[in-house]
Design a binder for this molecule. Structure first.
Ligand code: OMP
Length: 276
């Protein structure tokens, strides 16, 4: 999906919500266990209930890979079910030497080879240029590079000083020489809202994928205060806060209600920032 289509979708839906499909088979409602693939059935109903409220879906690969062959099938079926006019992000956090990254890119981008043709993948920057650029060989696909993550452990390395500023600033500056804002996004945790002002100095046009609202306690309002741009420039993810809003028969309606709350807040922020 192109940058202009993503922005058009944001304006049309008045939303920059990404629904995280971190589907844990031990947490889904009991009655779904009767279906041949309970995880896919769960995702299908979540997608049906939220597709008009969000602009992206982000299955996290760990939740599928942990179930072996069955999990991979759930992931492939989920990828195929995500409507093609909604951005599909595989949250795989890959990063390896060039020829291995070629294979990861094929695994998640080359639908003919693997059954999956996601629009975007999360990638770790640690191994540098040759680990990141193979994904760019797939025309029109996005890399979402980890910059400043939401978790406590982000303090261990990401704030360390380098001649280019903190490590996360160095990542942003360097990566922006490898690709433009039409192919490259950065992950910045919602729990880091005050850092957004600095980040926008180095990434004025890049979309930022922002996890950490909902279950991790980040504030949408704070993120927007410092991070929103004239073209929005944000995709805010919530996984557990939406998909596990209820554990009963009404789980899909409850997920929709949570997604709607976020969409309404997002609409207000988009209006305030003059995006719509
Ligand atoms: O790359 C990510 O998406 C990510 C980066 C980060 O810094 N923090 C973070 O929580 N994530 C992912 O975002 C999702 C957050 O899920 P919830 O906390 O349940 O909304 C999970 O899939 C995490 O793996």
């Amino acid at each position: 999906m192109s940058r202009s289509s993503l922005i058009a979708q944001i304006k049309e839906k008045k939303s920059f919500l990404c629904v995280g499909l971190d589907t844990d088979i031990t947490k889904i409602p009991e009655f779904l266990k009767e279906y041949p693939d309970p995880v896919f059935e769960f995702n299908k109903r979540i997608i049906d209930a939220t597709a008009d409220l969000c602009v992206a879906y982000k299955p996290n690969a760990a939740f599928y890979e942990s179930r072996g062959v069955k999990g991979l099938q759930s992931l492939i079926d989920t990828y195929k079910y995500i409507p093609k006019n909604i951005l599909s992000i595989i949250d795989a956090k890959r990063g390896d030497i060039g020829n291995t990254s070629d294979m990861y890119a094929r695994a998640f981008f080359d639908e003919e080879a693997s059954g999956m043709g996601f629009d975007a993948i999360t990638v770790t920057p640690y191994m540098g240029n040759d680990s990141v650029t193979p994904y760019l060989k797939f025309e029109g696909k996005w890399i979402i590079l980890l910059a400043l993550t939401s978790s406590v452990g982000s303090k261990d390395f990401q704030y360390l000083g380098t001649p280019e500023g903190t490590l996360y600033e160095a990542v942003i500056k360097k990566a922006n020489t490898w690709a433009g804002a039409d192919r490259l996004m950065f992950v910045v945790g919602a729990t880091k809202s005050t850092e957004f002002t600095d980040i926008r100095k180095y990434a004025p046009d890049n979309f930022l994928l922002v996890p950490g609202v909902g279950a991790q306690g980040g504030s949408l309002e704070e993120v927007c205060k410092y991070g929103i741009t004239k073209e929005c420039g944000l995709l805010v993810n919530s996984s557990r806060g939406i998909i596990y809003a209820s554990n009963g028969e009404d789980f899909a309606e409850a997920a929709r209600a949570e997604a709607l709350k976020l969409q309404q807040q997002m609409q207000a922020e988009l209006e305030k920032a003059g995006v719509i």
